[in-house]
Design a protein around this ligand. Structure first.
Ligand code: CP
Length: 328
């Protein structure tokens, strides 16, 4: 059972060696590959780093001399900036590359781009890519650490880590909680990583959405599947609303956005079915008025911006642990 976090752990000044943390991975490409203890190790390390964000001097020397490259081949606001700030706070040097300004547009392969970054002494590459498995592909071919910043509809591991960190911070536990993940599950890397993390930490998970976006096959992962949102809300401790992924849908999966909202949007009326202390989460970016009522997104029950804040500490922990493993 994971212990409630406190602000007491000491802040590491330099990258740990393998023996210090028990962490043995140079890369983080999926939650599926992690054990519950490895997830807890990241959360505990994030807890130590969270205190850095509220200091007057928001910086520690843990990754001084290291170079992080943010290689984002798909758009991002939260993940890219969060990794960039996390690296700054650990005193690493940061370079940002987007697809539009890279030689990927001239036909260079992802592997060649990454090998060139490594030849320039990149220590850590954070990759966001539209292809599932892209970060694992690089991790197997590079000495540099590779962190998955989201690969197609496969996984978004740091999003799931910041989500479970936020639940743990607000609820004091993960085990035994009932988490409803609502919406576009089929195309959601956030959903897949959350399912793995929540089940490993002992939560109960229910997926809710249209039959076309939440097929029964997901039950094989050990979760419940339903298409009736109103039946789930009264029992949920956490509702995590997912964005409709227009860019990944190759055909219409529901008749219209207004019909989607009518059946699966968290409206003010539906929110009255929730327990008073239920958390409302969303990974962002939000489609206001579609998957969530705009006022609810800004309400006291919403922890959406806490998720963003916690993402910084979680990403500091991931960079620190992976860089330390590479040193070991
Ligand atoms: N949640 C998330 O991954 O947001 P971005 O696409 O803005 O990084």
């Amino acid at each position: 059972m994971i212990s409630p976090m406190s602000a007491t752990p000491s802040i590491p000044a330099s990258p740990p060696q393998r023996a210090d943390t028990g962490w043995t991975h140079k890369d983080l490409t999926s939650i599926e590959a992690l054990t519950a203890d490895e997830i807890k190790s990241i959360l505990d390390t994030a807890s130590a780093f969270k205190t850095v964000g509220v200091r007057e001097v928001k910086k520690v020397p843990a990754l001084r001399g290291k170079t992080l490259v943010n290689l984002f081949v798909e758009p991002s606001t939260r993940t890219r900036i969060s990794f960039e700030l996390a690296a700054f706070r650990l005193s690493a040097d940061v370079v940002n590359i987007s697809a539009a300004t890279s030689s990927l547009t001239k036909g260079e392969t992802l592997k060649d781009t990454a090998k060139n970054l490594e030849a320039l002494h990149a220590d850590i590459i954070v990759l966001r890519h539209s292809s599932a498995g892209a970060s694992q592909f690089l991790a197997e071919r590079l000495d540099a650490s590779v962190i998955n910043g989201g690969d197609g509809a496969h996984e978004h591991p740091t999003q799931a880590l910041l989500d479970v960190y936020t639940i743990l911070e607000k609820k004091g536990r993960i085990a035994g909680l009932h988490v409803a993940i609502i919406g576009d599950i089929l195309f959601s890397r956030v959903a897949r990583s959350n399912i793995h993390a929540l089940l490993k930490l002992g939560a109960r998970v229910t997926l809710v959405g249209p039959r076309t976006l939440v097929p029964r096959e997901f039950e094989k992962m050990g979760v419940a599947v339903t298409h009736d949102l109103d039946s789930v809300l009264p029992d949920a401790d956490v509702v995590n609303l997912l964005r409709i992924q227009h860019e990944r849908q190759r055909k219409e999966y529901f008749p219209s956005l207004s019909e989607y909202t009518a059946f699966f949007g968290l409206t003010q009326q539906r929110a009255e079915l929730l327990k008073p202390d239920a958390l409302i989460m969303h990974p962002g970016p939000i489609n206001r008025g579609i998957e969530i009522d705009s006022d609810l997104a800004d309400s006291a029950r919403s922890v959406i911006l806490d998720q963003v804040t916690n993402g910084l500490a979680v990403r500091m922990a991931v960079l620190y642990l992976c860089a330390g493993s590479r040193n070991g």
